[in-house]
Design a protein around this ligand. Sequence first.
Ligand code: ARG
Length: 585
Amino acid sequence: MDDSKTVLTHLIKTRLQGAISKVFPEADPGLIQLQICTNPRYGDYQCTSVMAIAKGLKLNPRKAAEEVLEHLDLSGVASDPELAGPGFINIRLLPEAVTQALLQAARTGSCFVQPSDQTQTMVIDFSSPNVAKPMHVGHIRSTILGDSLARVARLLGHKVITDNHIGDWGTQFGKLLVGWKKHLDAANLAKDALGELERLYRMVNQACEEDEAVLEEARQELVALQRGDENNLAIWKEMKEVSRLQFDQIYERLGVVFDHAHGESFYNDHLHSVVQALTEKGLARDSQGAKVVFFEGQPDLEDHPALILKKDGGANYTTTDLATLDYRRKQWQPDEIIYVTDGRQQLHFRQLFAIFKQWQPESNILLSHTWFGSILGSDGRPFKTRSGDTIKLNDLLDEAEERALRAIKEKNPDLPEQTANELASIIGIGAVKYADLLPNRQTDYVFDWDKMLSLSGNTAPYLQYACTRIRSIFRKASLDEAAFLAECIASNMELVMESTHEQTLARKLIHFGLILESVLSDHRPNYLCNYLYELAGTYTSFYEHCPVLKSEGSVQTSRLLLCSLTRQVLEKGLGLLGIQTPSFM
Ligand code: ARG
């Protein structure tokens, strides 16, 4: 291994994995973790994996850890690792390893992150709105979470395939076709396509409730569409296209890009072969004219059989997802598929995963349902407009930008219009994204404009502002940051960090790579938000206690380097949350 390029935490982890494999050759290196010590009294890092392995093998965990320590060589990096309690291995970095890590980060721009040695292929299925329905705030969490996970996974060296599983097929099209043929307002369609489709849908839906004949008409239109009627197919395609254009506008505002947007209809031709395969395997059975998968012997699903073919011969959401899963397996051979949707779909995914496991038991794809809670209004009820309608994503983003613009203009009335607008977009959209990613995703959270746009507290504007403040230190010192870094590297400088505030900040920076690994393994970007907020706090106490501009010589250079690396990690971290950083605020 070329240690001059290996990131410090990666090096420790690799050595630890090596030592553990010597004692337990059958242990899966992927499961061996290095954790950050929450209490620095015990050291910087801790490993509990040996205890877990020993427990699995019914061995004495402390003895097992002792044996591992005999093989663990961390010379030059950490002081002698300590064994604590029932078998914790505690690791304390040597000060020179810390300074070396900082210089290396300055030299390589790695931000203390190194791609994994165990590259995985991951499919991330997220956003997935429905055609002919506007994207609403519920879709925002999926879009923002999925995008952030994809960014983190890519930075960690994995092969990521993002697929927007758009709901572009289904019973709603019967009603929409009736509406389109009879009541289409072409001008409105050109202006606000999704709004017009929603209007048509509501109108016909209402009519169906009042008049059986309209319902029958919608059914006929749907059957014709499914049969491949040319006119209906052409209208359906147009509805899909106009919806797509509007979705794309939103993705552009959010800076979200997909590798694929196959959508549900892409699998239409495969649905019947899925039903056939499951029937032949004896997994799906006839039940009152429909085909159903029963989960006998699976206590959590026994009461929830899954319908895969309706009485009328139509397939459904589950059938489509089975065909999708089969396609993704064949097409991309993923190690993991991550589905990001709200918590109400938990049963659906448990059924889907259980069916797939029985259908293709040889497949060892890790299937993860990464679910999230709701966004609530200040009254604690689902977030709605004043009139009780669901809030459209576009309107929400408009309001975020307007609010940010007002605050910017108040503070900085002379800013040119375009600059102010650009800044408002970075701040407003950043604030919404951050507020969405910060809470534990499985809890509901209250949407609060004032809180999310505040310059203090755990918010995006606070972190963005921290970055701009660091930039201004370099401006005040009349230094070009990039040139300063180049100079540090070229002169092979010695770092001096005598204050504990400097030491603490340096160590916090080095943690970044491990934080990203835990974000990815638990699918929780909130770990990253909290880390960045803590980093900004650690930086503030460093800055209060260790004068930068008033110091001199190598003390000043070392402090400036800490400033620059903090800014780099903050910006990189925000970038992984899909949030940009302005050059000034
Ligand atoms: N279109 C669905 C919805 O809005 C979400 C689809 C999620 N992905 C999947 N493969 N089922 O609820």
